[in-house]
Design a protein. Structure first.
Length: 156
């Protein structure tokens, strides 16, 4: 699945208040719950699954990007939220850089291929330095979605 197909302006937070990895994941999960992408009854289970994944292997992919993710049995479709931290958050990336763009991706347990394709699409998009810089410096969620839309079209 293409990242732009599941990201909407309502699922973008341009000024994350969090100062650490766990808080940033909680903040983006709160956004998914508030926007009815994840049911509140599943919030705790989702958080545990994401944090378990983080303990096993950091999702800081480098270049200022982190993509915490999990596959969950109670989801029917892929959901995502994107947050921007101007200060950066330590996600133990291999390059040692703090993450300024955090993309939370949750997919159904039974959609292994879709999960991998969406992660690959995110990684491919975020390999564009101009896009990353644009997202970090964007002043609105609308601008971020527009930038990702344009880059998605350019990469096709």
């Amino acid at each position: 699945m293409e990242f732009i197909e599941i990201l909407t302006e309502d699922l973008v937070k341009i000024n994350l208040e969090s100062s650490n990895r766990k808080e940033s994941i909680e903040e983006l999960l709160d956004l998914l719950v508030a926007e009815h992408e994840v049911r509140i009854v599943h919030q705790h289970s989702a958080l545990e699954a994401i944090l378990k994944r983080e303990r096993a292997y950091s999702t800081g992919i480098g270049k200022g990007i982190a993509v915490p993710h999990a596959r969950l049995p109670f989801l029917d479709e892929c959901v995502t939220a994107l947050g921007v931290s101007r200060e950066g958050i330590d996600f133990d990336a291999l390059d040692g850089k703090k993450a300024h763009i955090i993309i939370l991706l949750l997919t159904p347990s039974n959609s292994h291929n879709e999960h991998l394709k969406t992660l690959a699409n995110i990684a491919h998009l975020m390999n564009c330095k101009e896009l990353v810089d644009g997202i970090i410096n964007a002043e609105s969620a609308e601008e971020i979605v527009s930038l990702i839309e344009i880059e998605s079209e350019n990469q096709q």
